[in-house]
Design a protein around this ligand. Structure first.
Ligand SMILES: Nc1ncnc2c1ncn2[C@@H]1O[C@H](COP(=O)(O)OP(=O)(O)OP(=O)(O)O)[C@@H](O)[C@H]1O
Length: 899
């Protein structure tokens, strides 16, 4: 087979062929040429001829170059490499020049063959295409391009899959929420500090936000002209790349974007590899070689062209963009930064539409006046998260079940607005994590996965586990920690100075930026993607920093910081999780972080704190969460309080909370002196599962929960159990009706342990109390049934004093029961008020008031009323919600009448 490549051997060709070809050149070239050549020596060599006439040949052959190079390749006059070198040249004239350069290295014989090729090709008079034929060709090329795009975009990123596994975009894509325009600082702050379902619901809040659907991205709304430069921003993992993929995929299937003929996409990650000056044509053909024949037409019809530039934040040269110097010709050679700048600015192909995606943190490198539409991807709301879970698990039912489980996990659900987080949660719960990490057991485990995934797959770093990466993560931790100390969630760019030299792709994987408009200027405000991420990083810093300047775990520091109750809860849970053996191993393995020096000391602190809180009856739930984070059952042996008083009140139980409680009760096998489940939304299901432990309780407080019939039944069965040890039972403000009260009566007739039953603030009538009062005729241990605030009128009160059960049933504020009895009750009321939110105080004190209004006043009661008055006064002073403030003021007036 003949081969005429520069890189391979050449064939000897008979002289007559050369001559005939050579002569033929005379005959076929235009008149001008013939004249010129006749005046020369006819023995002039083909090479010299081609050299001499280079300029004219470029003119003559530019219309045929496509055909010439194809024929040359076919006949193996040139190699595939030569072919590519030629077609990547910008424009047909340059391509002819390139070909002539190549021929120049091939010697005379081959040059003559080329001459004959030129003649042949030129003799095929280019058939004038009919308009119909050229449209047909154009459409065919569009289709070919769409086929390429479809093939390239039909599956999700490879890190989402294992070998042999494919996640087809069409099966897994979930609608992404898009918002047009900027966020206000208020919305941002609110989003940062709202947790759980509320955070997710904020996604749907329409005020201030303007929703936009994916297929409307290029539509004209109120603008003067259809927007051509569109900036799409969103935090790491929010789905920018998948969004681009979806656009390309829908276009390739012709289901949307019919206004465009061609979509050309680049990632800045790929563009970063270009080290020398290039032309736009070259970079297009590098990725979309199949467009070589039609590229000129694409440029000519550039209003039908969409250019997508994905991941601007990853662009190595974003800080070098120069918008004052630009190119206007796709065949002009220039540095990448200038080329990109020219595209964004709209100097190069001004009629084309350009979409740039970026994390919000670097978008200020793009001049505002270039952008005609600004869109933020805000991720998922409840519907999308559920859809995600269902699609992920393929089986809708399983997906929904797992979704419900996650939804009720306050903190875990908070971050599910980020699709990448959903993927992590789903894949680790399914147990098929591609990260080869053990099955996660706690929330910190999942956040650790998140850290590792973002570092490994969402940064430019070749290896997430290098020293720079570690230092950057710890520097971010430092920022998070300091801000936590200062109660800050927002930072200015100056606050970032300590990390400004760290690799931006790592730093900005965890940060978000909001552009705030002031009167005369705009300012960029940074934050972590969510407060929980800030708390996680703060804990990471604390875990690994040998000597922190201000130790947030010290009580003194905490009191100086004036932290509200619960402020450090999540920080502490993360800290415990990060200091656990499991996560220490994960961080060592994936980030090469040396083990922390703190676990032993921390565990001693944790155990001592749990013991202390259990003995004092202080709120202990968060410490139990910290213990759960450790997942070391052997620690239970060290938890030996003198008495076990578990206060878990005022925390709406999530399934995770429930798991934590049962985990603890299982490990610590002691009698429970007191279990306070007040205002936890505890339900029948919970109580049923807790039954074996509840029987071990001496005092059980279940007040301020709406107890339905089933739950009352569970309580009754508990009291009827032979092993039941409960002496005090609190069911105040639980919406008990007569029927429920009498059910309790039935079971209490046989109960031999209960001494006090507290059922304040329910809907129990005088009739039911009358029936219940029979209880004194039975041989029970019952000493008091407190019924303050039930459905009793003033006349009922009078009747009470004459009854034989008057010493047991306490239906109104009666001095006979003594100051001590009431003191305990009142202190409990005050303590509850202190930890309640303003809204809760209003509803709680209103209920308490109902119970008090029938009583007479004593001097010690007045002191209490004054205390309530003071408490309300302080709350009113700092309350910003008008309606709640007004309700507190009227409550205050009511209590003032009593002192
Ligand atoms: N719309 C979606 N439907 C289903 N899964 C999605 C969707 N968007 C994102 N994901 C999941 O989240 C992961 C992260 O998304 P993607 O890579 O698009 O984020 P990104 O915003 O480009 O992040 P970065 O800024 O770090 O590059 C995807 O690999 C995919 O698993």
């Amino acid at each position: 087979m003949p081969n005429f490549s520069r890189r391979q051997g050449r064939r000897q060709s008979p002289i007559w062929t050369l001559l005939s070809s050579w002569r033929a050149v005379f005959g076929t070239l235009s008149g001008d040429y013939r004249r010129t050549i006749r005046s020369w020596d006819v023995r002039v060599s083909p090479l010299s001829f081609l050299k001499k006439e280079r300029g004219r040949l470029v003119d003559e052959l530019e219309d045929y170059i496509n055909l010439i190079v194809q024929q040359a390749l076919l006949k193996q006059f040139i190699s595939k490499d030569d072919y590519e070198d030629i077609v990547y040249e910008r424009g047909p004239r340059k391509q002819v020049r390139k070909l002539l350069d190549i021929i120049d290295c091939l010697g005379d014989e081959n040059a003559a063959l080329f001459c004959s090729l030129f003649i042949q090709v030129k003799s095929i008079k280019p058939k004038k295409q009919t308009a119909k034929e050229s449209v047909k060709d154009y459409l065919l090329l569009i289709q070919k391009h769409k086929d390429v795009l479809r093939r390239r975009n039909d599956c999700l990123k490879s890190y989402n899959c294992r070998h042999g596994e494919k996640f087809y975009l069409s099966d897994y894509f979930v609608n992404l929420l898009l918002v047009q325009g900027h966020y206000s600082l208020e919305i941002k702050k609110n989003e940062l500090l709202t947790f759980g379902q509320q955070r997710i619901h904020l996604q749907n809040k329409k005020e201030e936000k303007l929703d936009i659907k994916l297929h409307q991205l290029f539509d004209k709304f109120t603008e003067r002209r259809t927007p051509k430069k569109i900036l799409v921003s969103g935090v790491a993992g929010i789905g920018k790349t998948v969004f681009v993929q979806k656009i390309l995929y829908d276009f390739s299937n012709s289901v949307a974007y019919g206004n465009f003929d061609f979509f050309i996409n680049f990632t800045f990650r790929d563009l970063n590899c270009i080290k020398k000056a290039v032309t736009f044509r070259e970079i297009i053909l590098k990725k979309h070689g199949h467009l070589s024949q039609i590229l000129d037409d694409i440029f000519r019809n550039s209003e039908k062209l969409l250019i997508i530039l994905d991941g601007f934040d990853e662009f190595k040269f974003y800080s070098q963009l120069d918008f004052d110097q630009y190119i206007v010709d796709p065949d002009e050679e220039t540095e990448l930064a200038q080329l990109v700048g020219s595209l964004i600015k709209g100097e190069l192909l001004p009629e084309a539409t350009t979409v740039i995606t970026s994390r919000p943190t670097v978008i200020n490198h793009i001049p505002v006046d270039c952008i005609e539409r600004f869109v933020v991807i805000t991720g998922f709301s409840v519907t999308e998260i559920e859809d995600y879970f269902q699609k992920f698990y393929e089986n809708g039912e399983v997906g929904s079940e797992i979704f419900d489980f996650v939804r009720q996990n306050h903190f875990l659900f908070t971050l599910c607005y980020i699709p990448a987080f959903c993927w992590i949660v789903c894949s680790v719960l399914k147990g098929n994590s591609t990260l080869h990490i053990d099955q996660p057991k706690t929330m910190t485990d999942i956040y650790c996965h998140y850290l590792v995934v973002l570092l490994k797959h969402h940064t430019r770093q070749e290896a997430a586990a290098n020293e720079t990466a570690i230092n950057t993560v710890l520097a971010l931790g430092h920022l998070a920690y300091q801000s936590l100390l200062q109660h800050e969630t927002l930072f200015s760019e100056q606050d970032m100075e300590t990390i400004c030299h760290s690799p931006s792709d790592i730093v900005y994987s965890f940060l978000d930026k909001t552009c705030v408009q002031e009167l005369e200027y705009t300012e960029n405000i940074l934050s972590f993607t969510h407060f929980t991420i800030q708390e996680f990083f703060a804990a990471l810093y604390y875990a690994y920093e040998v000597s922190v300047a201000v130790d947030i775990m010290e009580n003194e520091v905490q009191s100086q910081l004036d932290t509200s109750p619960g402020y450090l809860d999540l920080f502490q849970r993360f800290l415990s999780g990060l200091l656990s053996d499991r996560n220490q191993n994960i961080l060592r393995k994936h980030l090469k972080l040396d083990g922390s020096k703190k676990p032993e000391l921390y565990i001693s602190w944790l155990i001592d704190s749990i013991i202390e809180h259990c003995e004092n009856g202080c709120y202990v739930f968060n410490l139990l969460h910290c213990l759960f984070e450790q997942q070391r059952d052997c620690l239970a042996e060290r938890i030996t309080p003198a008495v076990l008083r578990l206060n878990l009140s005022d925390n709406v139980f999530s399934p995770m909370d429930f798991d934590v409680l049962t985990y603890f009760l299982n490990l610590v096998n002691m009698d429970i002196d007191e279990l306070d489940l007040t205002a936890t939304h505890v339900n029948a299901q919970h109580l049923k599962q807790l039954q074996p432990y509840l029987r071990r309780c001496r005092s059980l407080w279940v007040g301020e929960n709406n107890l339905d019939k089933e739950t009352v039944r569970v309580v009754c069965s508990l009291l009827g159990h032979t092993d039941c040890q409960i002496e005090n039972l609190g069911l105040g403000w639980t919406q008990l009706e007569d029927e429920d009260f009498l059910e309790l009566y039935n079971v209490l007739k046989c109960n031999q342990t209960l001494k006090q039953l507290w059922v304040e603030g329910n809907n129990i009538s005088y009739n039911a109390i009358e029936k219940f009062s029979d209880i004194v005729l039975f041989n029970t241990t019952l000493q008091r049934v407190v019924l303050l605030g039930n459905r009793l009128g003033a006349e009922n009160m009078k009747e009470f004093t004459a009854k034989p059960y008057k010493n047991v049933i306490v239906a109104h504020f009666d001095e006979r029961f003594g100051k001590d009895f009431w003191q305990g009750w009142w202190e409990w009321i005050l303590q509850r008020c202190k930890i309640c939110s303003n809204e809760k105080i209003v509803s709680f004190l209103t209920k308490v008031w109902l119970g008090l209004c029938h009583g007479q006043n004593t001097s010690w009661m007045r002191t209490w009323y004054i205390e309530v008055d003071k408490l309300l006064q302080t709350r009113i002073k700092f309350c910003s919600a008008t309606n709640i403030r007004k309700r507190m003021e009227s409550l205050q007036k009511m209590f003032q009448t009593k002192h």
